[in-house]
Design a protein around this ligand. Sequence first.
Ligand code: ISE
Length: 361
Amino acid sequence: MTTAETVAGVLPARTEVPATELRVAVLGVGLMGADHVARLHARISGARVVAVSDASAERAEQVAGTVPGARVVTDPLAAIADPEVDAVVIATPGQFHEEQLLACIDRGLPVLCEKPLTLDAASSLAVVRAEDAYAARTGRRLVQVGFMRRFDPEYAQLRALIASGGIGEPLLLHCAHRNAAVPPHFGSELTITDSVVHEVDVTRFLLDEEITAVTVLRPRATRHALPGQSDPLLVLLETTGGRLVDVEAFVSTGIGYEVRTEVVGEDGSAVIGLDQGLVRVGAGPRGAARSTTIAPDFRVRFGRAYDVQVQRWVDAARRGGTDGPGVWDGYAAAAVAEAGVEALRSGRRTEVRMAPREGRS
Ligand code: ISE
């Protein structure tokens, strides 16, 4: 690894990538960050976790203790500036992403950033502009966004089927996104920005077009909803090609984790997410029954997708690039989520405001 250039006169910027193992700092080791640490340590080749940072010192110590040689670095910006860090996984709460992403770009470090890219469209666009400027200087992109569903084999199959014309022109998507439970701070706006944001990305991924408007309806709430929360929500997305996407977002079903997507085309339809692994037949409480297992949460349902995503990110970072959704995808999702929050508050159809793409790849 060489350092050949100085960005903003402060830190040495990397223009080449490490030939050996990628030394990774993981920022934020809550549910998802800790999962990534375990994955990088046990299942991913070509990378090792060297630094862990978290607002909770106790949690950082505990997670770092699971990886021989990993250090706790209290300040996430110090971890980004550390000369022994080659790449960064950002899994901190969304409000910290912009500053951390800009620091990574400044330093020329590859970064895998958990969704959302940032909490609003303006700050996401600032990240797009910063990475564009870096790419114009070096020819390299740095930021990959953690929309892991793109790496799920079922979503990949569905996209390939649509692209092959196998079900004709896609007309409608029906999506269900159900969580068993969410933490107590999870208000209805988070249902849009944290949960439905995945369907936003899936829509763009499957249909290859942008979302132009969002409407959010609030049906009768479940008795399991948190105080003041509207749950479930029904979200309607409109696309540039005139297709409609309905999303049932239900985050406290008390049952399990269910994510289904059905595409209805002119010449057929296709559905994924039926959780049909082993089907068991046996005696049930009311006679013979047939049953399958429902994943308890996203780490289980999308475990394989997370593994593939991280392995491909590591491989790409070692080659000097990215391999997955980038800053523009993060920005587009942030712009739609912003319109979604406005639609939730106003009860009205809300148009998405997005900057022109201007020939970005
Ligand atoms: C969570 O943050 C995720 O990203 C999961 O994939 C999603 O299903 C869940 O609803 C979110 O809260």
